[in-house]
Every structure is written in C-alpha cells, then in structure tokens.
Ligand binder design. Structure first.
Ligand code: GLY
Ligand code: MN
Ligand code: MN
Length: 463
C-alpha cells in the first residue's frame, strides 16, 4: 500500500473530475472454486485498489463529489473470524490507513445509496464484470443486472481512465519491479528450454517464480511450441528439437502492478535459417516501434508503421508482394499479424480493459477500426508521458486462416500463397516488452532486458 496522501490526492482529483453525485466503487469478493470455502486466490478490483488501497474482500468505497467526503464500508471480523483468520484491523482503522475519515457497515452503505437515490442524486458506477457485484449493485441501487450497462457513468469511466493512464512515480517503481520478476521468469524458461522437457514443467516453474517473488501471474501463462495459437493456454507438449517455444508470461507484485513479456526461442538453442529470417523481421518491428513511441504520436500510427516493416520483410522472403502501403491499407498483412501492437499496462495487465477498450485505448480523435487485424488493436490513441504500454509485434502462420484466405482468394495481389504454404508448419513468433513513455521518448521497464537479439538468445541458451 502507498502512503495515505497518495490515495487522498487521487480521490480529490477524481471527485473534481466527476463534479457532482456519489461515486460508488465496489471491491471484489472471494470467489469459490469447487466448494464455498475453497476459493480462488483473491484479486481486488484494480480501480478500488487505486483509490482505496486495500486488497481485502468485501469492501466498498464511496466518494461524495458534492461534499468532498469519502467513506469506506465493510464488515468487522468477529471472534469466529479471528479464530480462523487471525486478528484483522477494523474497517475504521482500514479507512484511516488510506486517509478516509468516515467508515461504516454494509448496511450503512445501503442507507447512503438509498438516501442519495431518494434525493435524486446521481450514483456513478463502473461496468461490473463479476456476477456477485452485479447482484450487489442491484441490491444497492435497484438496477437489474441486464440494465446496469445502460446506467454506467461515462463521466466516471473517463475520469478513472484519465487518472490511471498516467502512472505516478510510485507506480513506475512497482512496474519496474514487476518486470524484474518477469526477467527471472523468462530467463528461467529459456534455461529450461531443451528437447524432451514438458511445457507444463517450465510453465509451472515460472509461475512459481511469479508467486515466490510477487503475488501471482498477471494472466494465465502462454507457453507453447504452437506460438501461432495466440492465447494458447495448453501446456501439454513435450519440447521437440527444430521447433520454437513461445513464452508470454508476467507477474503481479504484492501491490498488484503487472508485467507482460514474450520471448520466442529455438528449442536446442540455435535458430534455423527460416526461423532466423522471421525472427529478424519481428525483432525489427519491435525495435521500429521503440524508435517511434514518444509523446504526441498515436499508437495506431506506430502499429501501422510496424505492419509496413513486417510487409517489407515478408516481401524480401517472397511471402508477400506488391506495394507495401497498399498492402497494409487493405489489411493483407493481418494474415501474419492478426493482433494489435500493444495495450496499456498497470494494475491490470490489459489495464482498465473492464472499463471498455474504446474508452481506454481510443478517444474522439482515434477511433477503433473494424478491419480484420486492426480491429484487435487495444491501444490507438496519442501517447503521453507516464503511459505504460506493451510493444508486442508477432508473425504467425495459422494453417486454418491461411487455408481460408487462400480459398477465398483474399488479397492475392499481396500474398504469395504458394510460398506461404511452405510455412504452415512454422508456428509463430512474438516478442514483447513493456515500455514507459517519457517526456522525450520511451524506456524499457525493469532493470535488465531479457535477451532478445538472435546472438543474445543463442549465447544465453548455450551457456
Ligand atoms: N498476455 C497477453 C498479451 O500480451 O496481451
Ligand atoms: Mn503478453
Ligand atoms: Mn501484452
């Protein structure tokens, strides 16, 4: 937890931005896995954490934008709880720790919300992504679960996004440290990447590092020889010489700040010539993004420029043909790169995605696209100092997509399907780092960079 002044400052800024009414932030509750007391690891809601700091289940916060009063609500533990869970601070003490003067029970929360509604005051709330909190919101505000989306406060969403997008120095310190855990996870995966090793053994080992040095992984680990399956959570394979292992994994610190890195390495420690060519293309895309990412540039421009670099490489390899700009304009490159260049990162690995990607990665100026590939860009808007984003280009050979496009004669002016056919057994490569936009450009997060050039990777894996 940060100092109480940090949370007070954030709440003051939020109340000012919202202007009037009551801001209601529901924290998360325990979630049962297979019987009531066997719960998944508790994860606090990130916006609640940002403004009220506490990572405990069963809390809610209210900020009154008219009076400037903040309130924390929850249930104090009883003797039974103390016997099973040990002593816990009271809700009143929890409130004081984050600079909140008023506190109460969950029944008090209900009275506060009901009174405000009776007085015709606006209750600002965010989109709810958990069913129990949808039910709780219905109980408090009387809005049915299906109706809640229509009553979400866009004013509140925009205010939260504007604050959480620009990371403060205390947050950047946490993100740097989360990336240091990422370094240990990825270099361990690289050391273990040998023929005959089970993917699950490596995935389990690096997830152990995430929880040993932080609190847990920041998302389910992707570790597979089938890098062409973008979010492949199966770790059933046994590593085979000649293939590559793609590892997309990250950690959360105890503070819940995240990391998210991807490396793709040759099993056995040496890239073959086809792998070197595609790897060099993806690395060039990755580095190209870093040369462009700075305040004032839109991440959509960076994404499209990276796509052009990829097409230039694929043309040189005979996989694509024709005019590079025209190919990217019609989305022909999306056969090989069907996702976006990156996303915001912070307390969530896809930061604030629960608030609606259109509200986080886009604005009045830069709107989302419906074109295949570009539609998956999660972050398009103009970069500002303090933004933390990922740079994660890739190149994939997805057999089912290749077959479909070929059968439909998609973009035949730009794709050499005869050559592409020969890569259907290739898999996929993605390279991902987390970067901070500074006043003048960008920098990597984390003390050390995970080996990434072909020479660095081969040297690391063979030592
Ligand atoms: N971990 C999924 C992603 O990189 O966005
Ligand atoms: Mn990732
Ligand atoms: Mn990512």
């Amino acid at each position: 937890m940060f100092s109480k002044e940090i949370y007070q400052k954030r709440r003051n800024s939020l109340r000012q931005k919202v202007g009037s009414g009551l801001v209601l932030l529901l924290g998360n509750n325990e979630s049962s896995a297979n019987y009531p007391d066997n719960t998944y690891r508790f994860r606090q809601d990130s916006t609640f954490l940002y403004f009220f700091g506490h990572s405990h289940p069963g809390l809610a916060g209210v900020m009154d934008a008219d009076t400037g009063t903040d309130m924390l609500f929850g249930t104090d533990v009883d003797m039974d709880d103390i016997i099973w869970m040990g002593p816990q601070p009271t809700i009143r003490d929890k409130a004081k720790q984050v600079g909140v003067e008023k506190s109460g029970t969950l029944a008090d929360l209900k009275s506060v919300v009901v009174d405000a509604i009776r007085q015709g005051r606006r209750i600002h709330f965010l989109p709810q992504y958990r069913h129990d909190n949808q039910a709780w919101l219905k109980e408090l505000a009387g809005i049915g679960q299906c109706e809640q989306q229509n009553h979400v406060s866009k004013t509140l969403v925009d205010a939260v996004v504007s604050l959480r997008s620009k990371k403060e120095s205390c947050e950047i310190e946490e993100l740097d440290l989360a990336c240091d855990i990422g370094y240990e996870m990825h270099t361990t995966a690289m050391r273990m990447c040998k023929e005959g090793v089970r993917e699950q053994l490596i995935a389990g080992t690096i997830e152990g590092i995430a929880s040993a040095y932080g609190s847990m992984v920041s998302f389910p680990t992707i570790l597979s020889q089938h890098g062409e399956i973008l979010h492949n959570h199966s770790h059933e394979g046994v590593l085979q010489r000649g293939r590559m292992m793609l590892t997309d994994a990250g950690a959360e610190r105890m503070s819940s700040y995240c990391s998210d890195h991807t490396r793709t390495v040759p099993i056995g420690g040496k890239f073959d010539s086809r792998q070197r060519d595609i790897y060099a293309a993806v690395l060039d895309c990755h580095d190209h993004a870093l040369t462009l990412a700075r305040p004032g540039v839109t991440y959509k421009e960076v994404h499209l420029s990276v796509c052009k670099v990829l097409v230039q490489h694929l043309k040189a390899l005979g996989l694509m043909k024709g005019d590079v700009d025209a190919a990217v304009a019609v989305g022909a490159h999306a056969l090989f790169l069907p996702h976006g260049l990156g996303h915001m990162m912070g307390l969530d690995v896809h930061d604030m995605e629960n608030l609606g990607q259109v509200n986080v990665g886009f604005d009045c100026e830069v709107r989302p696209s419906s074109q295949f590939g570009l539609a998956s860009l999660r972050m398009g808007r103009r970069l500002e100092p303090g933004f933390v984003i990922t740079d994660e280009p890739g190149c994939y050979f997805i057999p089912a997509l290749i077959d479909k496009w070929k059968a439909e004669r998609m973009h035949t002016d730009f794709v050499n399907y005869d050559v592409v056919e020969k890569y259907k057994d290739f898999g996929g490569i993605r390279l991902e780092d987390d970067i901070l936009i500074t006043e003048v450009g960008s920098r990597f997060l984390g003390k050390k960079r995970i080996p990434i050039t072909i020479d660095e990777v081969e040297a690391f894996m063979n030592n």
